[in-house]
Design a protein around this ligand. Structure first.
Ligand SMILES: [Zn+2]
Length: 103
């Protein structure tokens, strides 16, 4: 999975999906930008945004944001791209739409 710049990542996630789907849960695992596979809710992480019907942005407490997509063919979560948040883009991690009530 490619690590991209904060700027590129921001460009990929600017769309906000108006229809909320809850196809995945906090316990589902995904391949994170921090190079490990862990659950979405690992160590206080979670989904901070939904960009498409089955596409989400996940925050990892190690400072990574990963764009994931639910793959209906394999019935698993696919990681599309990831970025390590730098200071200038710290607000990216704070765009949480609906904290806690979401999952
Ligand atoms: Zn991680």
């Amino acid at each position: 999975m490619p690590l991209i710049t904060n700027q590129d990542f921001e460009g990929k996630i600017k769309n906000t999906c108006s229809i909320k789907t809850q196809i995945i849960s906090k316990l589902d695992t995904y391949v994170c930008g921090c190079q490990s596979k862990h659950s979405i809710g690992w160590f206080g992480g979670g989904i901070i945004k939904q960009t498409q019907l089955y596409e989400y942005v996940v925050y990892c407490p190690k400072g990574y944001l990963t764009l994931i997509k639910y793959n209906f063919q394999n019935l698993e979560i696919q990681s599309l791209s990831s970025t390590k948040i730098n200071q200038k883009y710290a607000a990216l991690a704070q765009m949480e739409e609906r904290p806690s009530s979401y999952l």
